[in-house]
Design a protein around this ligand. Sequence first.
Ligand SMILES: Cc1ncc(C[n+]2csc(CCOP(=O)(O)OP(=O)(O)O)c2C)c(N)n1
Ligand SMILES: O=C1C[C@@H](O)[C@H](O)[C@@H](O)C1=O
Ligand SMILES: [Mg+2]
Length: 653
Amino acid sequence: MSAMELKSQGREAESAAADTVRLTTAQALVRFLNQQYLDVDGEVTPFVEGIFAIFGHGNVLGLGEALQEDPGHLKVYQGHNEQGMASTAIAYSRQLYRHKIFAVTASAGPGSANFVTAAGNAYVNNIPILFLPADTFATRQPDPVLQQIEVDSSATTTTNDALKPVSRYWDRIERPEQLMSALLKAFEVLTNPETAGPVTIALPQDTEGEAYDYPRSFFNKRVHVIKRIQPSAAEVTEAVQLIKASRYPVLIVGGGAKFSEAGSAIEAFSDKLNIPIVETPTGKSTISATFANNMGGTGILGTAAANEVVAKADLIIGAGTRYTDFTTASKTAIHPEKTRVLNINLNRMQSYKFDGFPIVADVRDTLTQLTSELSGYQSDFTNLADLKAAWQQERQRLAHTNYDAPDYTPEVKGQFSAATLAEYAEKLQTHFTQTEAVIAVNDTIAPDSIIVAAAGSLPGDVQRIWDPVVPNTYHMEYGYSMMGYEVPAALGIKLAQPDKESYALVGDGSFIMLHSELVTALQYHKKINILVFDNSGFASINNLQMAQGSNSYRTEFRTADHDILTIDFAKIAEGYGAKTYHVNDRDSLVAALEDAKKQTVSTLIDIKVLPKTMTQGYGQSWWRVGVSEVSDNPNVQKAYQDIQTGIDQAFKY
Ligand SMILES: Cc1ncc(C[n+]2csc(CCOP(=O)(O)OP(=O)(O)O)c2C)c(N)n1
Ligand SMILES: O=C1C[C@@H](O)[C@H](O)[C@@H](O)C1=O
Ligand SMILES: [Mg+2]
């Protein structure tokens, strides 16, 4: 028996009579995490998979020591950037429909501050994650300590207070016994589908190591049951009336539908009642793109087919959607004056939106009930197959856009001159268009591979032209649209589904901003594939800026001498130890993708693409943005007037 085992046996024996066990706060925390289980539709699994850690002086001696001594079943990984490793944890939970989580721990001060962006991401996307930032001393004896901001107005304010607005539950453990009530509350929040999101338990570094006689009962196995909330009879009756009264109902599949695993229920509903479905970015891949009534992504970034049925709708059925501006075209795509709205959502507040009739219940079970109650009903849509076929034709056109064609004009028109585009072609050594590249990836990687995107122009492209066939293979973070989510998320996805290939679709700007967890993937032999779409700039923002009358300003990547910046992303990843490829046309991309499939090590494909060659709007694409009211630039003045016209037409709340 090892010295450690002897010591721990002694500790158990010592307090056995009192039915307590003497542990430090950190040891008690680790022991508790090991005992949390989730019951989803009768299947019980451990809820906490592990912990990502970047140790500093604030957490290495308390939590670090406890994990070193006995992590139980928790897998402990070293992260390389706090925001990055938290993004990995978020992606892991999201990919597993929130059935499992990782905790993340950082040292006090800057390490903890690095959590804030990721916490915002988890908050807006309703993803459970347990933040365990170290904190300054509870005793305050050595104050101010290294990395303490030392707020004059209150000694209780520390860096970790910045996590309060982006936590669904926030607590600070200043005495070891506080841990018990804090963790009970924390895990209720983490495991409740209605409140799931980030939880912060701040750990003052002295408290982490302080001991207490914890009741053994606190460490009993706890099974948190996910309850599928059923619609009331009155809710079903009203919904049935609304649908029966409508000729052109359209179902919007949101993230709530995906988390409810409502795919089959939606297909049955849509198929039997002839109701077209359209998808939000998060809802996409709940249903296969090949499903006959699936018109694809909707909203500002939507397909022509989806936006056409939404325009015709006399009833919108929102299944687990938050109705963000991108889905509603800033409230111009849906008008409750002309279109009734029926909302199915676990969250009561969400269900009230657009003056909708609220059903506060589980999406899967509600739609199943509605399908059986509505037998005999069919919508009057007759052109769904034609709309879908027309969109597929457009997708084919986008797959073959050719910069070298004599009559070539880019998808984003009227912004860069032919000379500027030629300058990019020459500097980046590419004639490759982004739409051709994205579709080539879609057509080449295995259908059960998982892609992730988050920011820039790629979320718009894939919302329109990515056709996911296998459910849950499309992982989109377009709630916070956090640049830098893509690479760490690819690792989280790989940890969640180790037998699948995981691909990050990432712009050059996002890659530069954050890719530290590529090192973690390499370190732990978790293969991820990174596809960098390099157009040498914050191109989507450049598009937006120029579309609203401004000149191109600080959104292209140019040197002080106005030269286009050229970066060898493959070389960067090669330096870390990844297998890399340079690509500038379809053939070289397909060859690289095929070779990358054979690798066991993480890969990066550096894809040089031309700016202005991403997809553009297809109906329902007004976006309310903050254009300047006063400007000497006539184009900005016009853009301001155009925005006022849009505002006049938009639904007001
Ligand atoms: C953390 C963060 N900072 C800033 C933004 C605002 N933003 C959105 S897209 C974008 C540019 C993205 O550039 P890139 O990744 O190269 O993609 P591209 O637009 O070129 O497709 C910026 C700065 C953001 N979404 N997230
Ligand atoms: O500001 C933004 C504009 C969007 O086009 C982009 O996709 C998103 O990442 C963003 O933050
Ligand atoms: Mg870019």
